[in-house]
Design a protein around this ligand. Structure first.
Ligand SMILES: Cc1cc2nc3c(=O)[nH]c(=O)nc-3n(C[C@H](O)[C@H](O)[C@H](O)COP(=O)(O)OP(=O)(O)OC[C@H]3O[C@@H](n4cnc5c(N)ncnc54)[C@H](O)[C@@H]3O)c2cc1C
Length: 461
């Protein structure tokens, strides 16, 4: 169920192991939209090279998620990471190494251009998916497009297939096993409201818009358990991105926010900026009004941190048409953005003192400095952007075991049902919304799911 990297990897691997396979995807045309195709194509685990030794990868994932990751899934990912990437390479998929960044050794080639807005056609992830699709066809697997899976077939408590809709017709697929690989639930406003944000319309869909939690609902009807539903992977974007497609998925404003301060309409900081853009995006999405925050910074931050990422905010936000709010004093800036001026001055003064004294941990809320160092906000002109949370994919989802089998709330197995990729919970999230790497989660769990199903069928289970 789903033909992103998780579903396609599982399908190719399963065919190679002699299973009959059908990939059902709701998209149309060979370049159907999905997050895998939109992605930056960087394969990593917790921002580490997947060739690192498994013990250090496990430790990095545990640290990134503040211990939230299920240890058995951390082991599964770390021990199968390199061989899964090699397997992908053996299917004819090309990689390029970014010599400047150690953990970017495996980037799907060619990489995206250094520009704002979407840029996926002909880029590495698009080519990789097309290669996998060709492989499935060459190996005699079935690919059914415009086919939306909605319900499981159940026999004596076991999932024995699915019902799907194709152009208004109901199709029934019987199967020894079903893999949920539908990419999460970020594009479903009801599920978003139930778990992620009281105002889903105020959270920008930084994704393909194709994943509506159908797999989650289908599995829940079979008693499946979920885990970590409130967290998501995403980034901070300017609010103008809600109406200007040149301003998402890049450039992000993470680097600026992590150096400056993020404030509410009262001029108060809302969270620990030092924990990073993914954490801040989660904090903003959880607010009653996710569109009431500004990032405040100065011209020095704009010139240094603003130029730091691969597709930096400075100058790409301006090239994309974003409005940089500018004023000679903080008081004037506060007036322009409708924020309480004296409170904003107090916030920035406290921030600057803490930066100078190295006492950011004593701020309220506390400000950590080990991941992202704060910078002074002192050099005029002063700047602001109204910001919003951009959701790439949900981090919560189906609870699985180390054989990718979906578990029920008693810890037992939902027989016949597996899950991979962004449909899976228990890997990313935790108190700081830790991110481990969506493409590896899709690739490794997809490959392993196919192998586990092949084994189970061989053993007559
Ligand atoms: C802009 C952007 C940049 C990213 N960059 C990176 C990166 O550099 N590195 C990284 O590790 N991760 C990155 N990610 C995250 C990564 O792309 C995802 O985590 C990963 O691709 C998820 O793969 P998947 O197969 O689980 O889901 P997807 O690729 O989203 O595929 C899910 C598929 O399921 C289909 N589907 C949904 N519901 C149904 C249904 N009911 N019936 C049939 N089909 C259905 C959808 O149409 C879709 O085709 C990025 C994501 C985005 C959007």
């Amino acid at each position: 169920m789903g033909g992103g990297l998780a579903g396609l990897s599982a399908a190719v691997r399963a065919r190679q192991l002699g299973l009959s396979v059908a990939v059902l995807d709701q998209g149309s045309g060979d370049r159907y939209l999905c997050n895998s195709r939109y992605s930056g194509g960087i394969l990593h685990l917790a921002f580490r090279d997947v060739a690192d030794d498994p013990a250090s990868l496990r430790a990095a994932m545990s640290e990134a998620t503040s211990g939230f990751i299920d240890p058995s899934l951390a082991t599964l990912l770390s021990e199968n990471a390199l061989r899964s990437v090699h397997w992908l390479r053996d299917q004819g998929i090309r990689f390029i190494r970014n010599p400047q960044v150690v953990w970017q050794r495996w980037v799907l080639a060619p990489p995206r251009a250094i520009t704002g807005g979407l840029d996926w056609e002909g880029r590495g992830p698009d080519l990789a998916l097309r290669t996998l699709l060709a492989k499935i066809r060459e190996l005699g697997g079935e690919l059914a497009l415009e086919t939306r899976v909605g319900q499981a077939l159940v026999h004596e408590g076991r999932c024995v297939g699915v019902r799907a809709l194709q152009g208004g017709r109901e199709l029934v697929y019987e199967a020894g096993a079903v893999l949920v690989a539908d990419g999460g639930f970020q594009a479903n406003p009801d599920l978003m409201k139930a778990h992620v944000s009281p105002q889903p319309a105020g959270v920008l869909q930084r994704n393909s818009g194709m994943s509506r939690g159908d797999g989650l609902r289908m599995a829940a009807a079979l008693g499946a358990a979920t885990v970590g539903m409130e967290a998501f992977y995403g980034h901070l974007l300017v609010q103008e991105a809600l109406s200007n497609p040149k301003l998402w998925p890049y450039p992000q404003v993470d680097e600026i926010a992590c150096a400056g301060v993020v404030v509410d309409p009262h001029g108060k900081r809302i969270a620990d900026e030092g924990l990073g853009g993914v954490y801040l995006a989660n904090q903003i999405a959880h607010r009653d009004n996710p569109l009431d925050c500004h990032v405040i910074f100065d011209s020095a931050i704009w010139d240094v941190q603003g130029r730091q990422s691969r597709i930096p905010a400075n100058p790409h936000l301006l090239r994309g048409g974003a409005t940089l709010v500018e004023a000679p004093t903080l008081t004037a800036l506060a007036a322009r953005i409708g924020v309480n001026a004296s409170a904003l001055e107090q916030t920035v003064t406290a921030h600057n003192h803490a930066v100078a004294d190295g006492t950011a941990a004593n701020l309220e809320p506390s400000r950590s400095a080990n991941k992202h160092a704060p910078a002074p906000i002192a050099k005029a002109p002063f700047h602001a952007f109204p910001i919003c949370a951009g959701i790439t994919h949900t981090a919560g989802g189906l609870r699985i075991d180390a054989q990718t089998r979906v578990l029920n709330s008693q810890g037992g197995v939902v027989a016949g049902l597996h899950a991979a990729g962004a449909a899976v919970g228990g890997i990313e999230g935790g108190p700081q919304a830790g991110y481990v790497g969506g493409l590896m989660k899709a690739l490794v769990l997809g490959v392993v799911a196919a192998e586990q199903v092949a084994n189970q069928i061989k053993q007559g289970d």
